[in-house]
Design a protein around this ligand. Sequence first.
Ligand code: ZN
Length: 418
Amino acid sequence: MAAAAQTNYDLLLKGGHVIDPKNKTSARKDVAIRDGKIAEVADDIAATKAHKVVDVSSLYVTPGLVDVHVHVYAGTGMRNAYSGDLSVYPDPFTFRTGVTTVVDAGSSGWRNFPDFKDRVIDRSRTRVLAMLNIVGHGMGGGKIEQDTSDMDAQATAEQARRYPGVVVGIKTAHYSPSDWIAVDRSVEAAALANLPVMVDFGSFRPERPFQDLVLKHLRPGDIYTHAYLAMVPWLDDNGRVLPYLFEARKRGVIFDVGHGGGSFVWRHAVPAIRQGFPPDSISTDLHVGSMNAGMKDMLNVMSKFLNLGLSLDDVIARSTWNPAHEIKREDLGHLSVGAPADLAVLRLEKGNFGFVDSYGARMNGTQKLTCELTIHDGRVVWDLNGLTRQDWDKLGKYNAQGDPRWDGMLSGALRARK
Ligand SMILES: [Zn+2]
């Protein structure tokens, strides 16, 4: 009975190198989880205190990754639109890459957000948050996204306020005309709802210079995504990063990666990193096109920045705490005691790897992150090499393994039987 009384943790990750940038931790630590929350982080936690112990030595233990730019409004039947066929369902693509929280970046607007919520947010295990498109119908493609009569700041803000913590921003994207209506209505809606704006600048036109977007129209805390897009003016004739970018950053404008299918070129990213302009947050712009091209997944995008020269601690900060802070979800992206137990256990592989940008150009690299384990709300939802599992030949005549206290991969029927 004495031993049982000491077992007060559901899951214990032992011996890993914990990187928790919010808490300024980068050291070998044990992490204990109870009731879906981080219960203790310490140099040494006795194995006897936990129901399940996993040896994660030689691996990195980080907060669950927070990807602030994805498209997951799938299943509507809309052709050739992010509010439909161009989106993916989140669960098949998140947990396998250590991602536990995603933000759908404007696939829905105030009119179809309830459908998105019912269709995807409420049925996914991934923590799905959303930025509302300033277009009421969201990313329906074509003329729908250019219709300024459907850009209603008031209605957008009202819908956002109905779902605090779930709607975490306002998005504008793909806007072609030469005026500022889409950007300014987005800022207006965001101000009413006390949220940040995220901008995909659409067509770059001389009548509305990009410099004015980040120096005048966006507020501190607003986010420009697609930072290393080819169209963004990055360099002068001598290859120096243009001063206005540093000025915009100083004003508090956030620069997010939003890699996507067409928004990341080495010829901007390489000089930017060399000259001290890393992204504030690393995000994928996951959709059906980007995931099978140069972007691939969150860990591939993070690995690009490792090979560009950022430290692993820095890359983790820009993929966990920084994005959580940007979207005002400061309960996420860190491993403080009491925080939701969302974690990634990552392996840093050394070897010869290739990374491809949105224009199909390659950069060689020597480091690559892979995901061994993902834990969401305290339960293991991804286990690449069976780290949490016992050898089959030591189990005798075994039945289904696992325990609902720590195992998030039990099938529905098994879960019910346990
Ligand atoms: Zn996007």
